[in-house]
Design a protein around this ligand. Structure first.
Ligand SMILES: O=P(O)(O)O[C@@H]1C[C@H](O)[C@@H](CO)O1
Length: 317
């Protein structure tokens, strides 16, 4: 055990276990519900035990402040697998530091989680994407991480993982195959995508110039969560499936100039015949999440039915 061992994780885990029946004391899979996606929890087995714990009651947890993130930890069975749902998540932009934002992921690891399904609402950068598309994340670009905001900064917690964990294989290919098998069985091919998620700190949405930078870097979608949770999960040896619901198109063409209108100079060639792009807002994000809620519930349930066998048990749990 590391000399930086922090006993609060164990306090949280013991407290959560004290609220659970024996069948939910160890959970195997966790689902983090993105903006407006809390309905994913409705896919749990109805005839089994279910424990709902508000984050505000859980020792050492932060509380959710964002609309569309109710703020409950739900422990239940899905396809008979003991599962934890984070119904609502924490974001860095709410003012929590990244260690607190990702604290639940480590608690989930200690509760026995070996597989994390992390979902989010995201803006589409890829020209081909339309609102309502569902993207399996194959890679991420953490802009905030590159800028020095990584949840693992500080003393390494050896009990979870190594000082320098690899992230080049962060999104498990077998779980992605499972995602696409589920998509195929449900006939959802026309809305399914596979791409790279860009993490920005938020809470302001991107300027057009920032969005163009992300497109040029190879980003397909952009959002304000997920990457820190994935870094913490991979550090703890948890395998990850990431799913983005594309809720809006991100405006990224150059901002239209106005100088020619006043000065009578030519319209810049790049701006000729440019279709107007819509400004994004959180209400639109929640609307599209609500529109796809039922399909995503079905997709998550199908993924659970098709999941590959769990990875070998880790010694920390
Ligand atoms: O929690 P997620 O990443 O799903 O929420 C997205 C990002 C911001 O929190 C919010 C912006 O509309 O939605």
């Amino acid at each position: 055990m590391s000399r930086h061992y922090a006993p609060k994780y164990d306090e949280t885990v013991a407290w959560i276990r004290s609220k659970c029946p024996p069948s939910l004391q160890h959970v195997h899979i966790a689902v983090i519900c993105g903006s407006g996606l809390s309905g994913l929890v409705d896919s749990v087995d109805k005839d089994r035990e279910k424990v709902v714990i508000p984050y505000k009651d859980i020792p050492h947890f932060a509380t959710s402040t964002v609309q569309g993130h109710p703020g409950n930890l739900v422990l239940a069975h899905l396809n008979s697998i003991p599962t934890a749902f984070m119904v609502g998540r924490f974001h860095f932009y709410e003012g929590h530091d990244l260690a607190l934002t990702t604290y639940p992921v480590r608690v989930l690891a200690l509760l026995g989680v070996h597989t994390l399904i992390v979902t989010n609402a995201a803006g589409g950068l890829n020209e081909a994407y339309v609102p309502g598309d569902v993207m399996a994340i194959k890679d991420h670009i953490s802009v905030a991480g590159l800028g020095g905001r990584n949840p693992l900064i500080g003393a390494n917690e050896e009990r979870f993982g190594p000082r320098f964990p690899a992230m080049s294989d962060a999104y498990d290919p077998d779980l992605r195959r499972t995602f696409f098998r589920a998509v195929k069985e449900l006939g959802m091919q026309s809305i399914a995508r596979e791409g790279t998620y860009c993490y920005v700190a938020g809470p302001s949405y991107e300027t057009r110039g920032e969005a163009r930078l992300l497109v040029q870097a190879g980003g397909d979608a952009v959002g304000m969560s997920t990457a820190p949770e994935v870094v913490a999960a991979r550090h703890a040896g948890i395998r990850v499936l990431g799913i983005s619901l594309i809720t809006n198109r991100v405006p990224y063409r150059p901002v239209p100039s106005v100088s020619h209108e006043i000065l009578g100079t030519p319209v810049p060639p790049a701006e000729k015949n440019q279709a107007p792009e819509q400004v994004v807002n959180h209400e639109e994000v929640l609307e599209v999440s609500a529109m796809r809620a039922k399909e995503l519930q079905g997709l998550v349930r199908k993924i659970f039915e098709l999941l590959p066998p769990p990875p070998p048990t880790r010694s920390t749990h």
